[in-house]
Write a protein that binds this ligand. Structure first.
Ligand code: PMP
Length: 387
């Protein structure tokens, strides 16, 4: 038996996407920068598929830049913007629960004279607009708050933050990787200036993503070379991956509504059953404002890694948090920001479902987890003492 409930860390590429990509490895291999017919064909493919991806976020065609994925888009959006606009100010605002890439970018910018304020979140992981307002100074040039959190699934008040930033003439970047494909993203409606989207998070190939840059927002390139992507991201365009990402978008536009409905059903079952069947278990993240495919728990007296290993023995792949930092011994910075103690943060389990999840996967987890938690608690002197 193999059960996979860790869609947040990696998604299988949809077989329809793989099929759409195939001709572009050999038969249609042109470079859009070439001036001959094969090159012209590649340019046409590039622009057609750019249009598809543009429509997905309600942007314009010359507002998206292809990158190698979310980390690069975050780097290009934040560092590229900060370095280009330094004379306007050197202060940036992020939240305490941003993805590790955003935290490290913010730290890196410190070397270039930037200061960063980190907005705290409430016990559910929500950023309050007032806490952002409190931190704005006349030097603030950029606010970067993730659309939804990739660990606990809490969704942020993006429209409100976008409106605030537009009113204050501050550029607003959001990393929408966790939310894409689970809710409609509209850069115009939400007053978003810079947006990070990756392909794998909508069942496209890895190694491709976009940065949306609203017309009029100026950024510096980080990759210098032949001047592709409006001079903002040099390097020959990865046509097979771009075709794959566009196909993933196509499928997502048709499937999202039904998928979200199905995920909500699974989420309800996971939350209800696990909280009912396992004593001293709690839901992390917001009870309502959360991604429909995410269920995140903590269990008293349990160590998350042991839980994960026992589930692994049963053929069930789950997670204790973000795959990007899962090999460190540090507790998740997101869970600590919610106000959890270190031992509470270490006793957490993240379940995320996706396109290929079936009822049997949910049943397997609901059946296995209570016994595994009980077994670990019996082995834990700490838990016995608490009784
Ligand atoms: N942002 C968020 C919210 C993520 O969850 C991830 C990891 N999937 C990234 C950025 C980085 O993505 P990648 O490693 O694909 O560049």
């Amino acid at each position: 038996m193999s059960v996979y409930l860790d869609y947040q860390s990696s998604k299988p590429v949809d077989p329809i996407v793989i099929k759409a990509m195939q001709p572009y490895f050999h038969d249609k291999f042109g470079n859009p920068s070439s001036l001959h017919k094969i090159g012209d064909d590649a340019t046409q493919v590039l622009e057609e598929h750019r249009q598809t991806i543009t429509n997905f976020i309600n942007a314009e065609k010359d507002e998206i830049i292809f990158t190698s994925g979310a980390t690069e888009s975050n780097n290009l959006g934040i560092i590229g913007f900060a370095l280009r606009n330094k004379e306007k100010g050197n202060h940036i605002i992020i939240s305490e629960i941003e993805h590790i890439s955003i935290h490290n970018i913010a730290k890196y910018l410190g070397k270039f004279g930037f200061t960063v304020s980190k907005v705290p979140v409430d016990q559910y992981g929500r950023v309050s607009i007032h806490k952002i307002i409190d931190r704005i100074t006349d030097k603030t040039i950029l606010v970067s708050i993730g659309y939804a959190n990739n660990e606990i699934g809490t969704i942020q008040p993006i429209s409100e933050i976008g409106k605030l930033c537009r009113e204050k003439n501050i550029t607003f970047h959001t990393d929408a990787v966790a939310a894409e494909g689970l809710m409609p993203i509209d850069v115009k409606r939400d007053n978003i200036d810079l947006l990070t989207i990756s392909s794998n998070d909508i069942y496209g190939p890895k190694g491709i993503g976009i940065l949306y840059v609203r017309k009029g927002i100026r950024i510096n390139p980080l990759m210098i070379g032949g001047g592709q992507e409006f001079g903002l991201r040099s390097g020959t365009e990865n046509i097979p991956a771009i075709v794959g990402m566009a196909k993933a978008v196509d499928i997502m536009q048709n499937e999202m509504q039904q998928e979200v409905r199905r995920f909500k059903g699974y989420q309800d079952q996971l939350i209800k059953n696990i909280l009912e069947k396992i004593p001293k278990s709690y839901l992390n993240g917001h009870p309502e404002e959360r991604l429909p495919n995410n269920a995140h728990f903590r269990f008293d007296g349990i160590e998350g890694e042991s839980l994960l290993l026992l589930m692994k023995d049963k053929g069930i792949s789950v997670s204790t948090g973000s795959a990007c930092s899962s090999k460190t011994l540090e507790p998740s910075h997101t869970l600590i920001a919610l106000g959890l103690l270190h031992e509470e943060a270490h006793g957490s389990l993240q379940l995320t479902c996706g396109r290929f999840t079936g009822q049997e996967d949910i049943d397997a987890v609901v059946n296995a987890l209570p016994g595994v938690v009980e077994r670990l608690r019996k082995l834990s002197p700490l838990y016995v003492e608490e009784q």
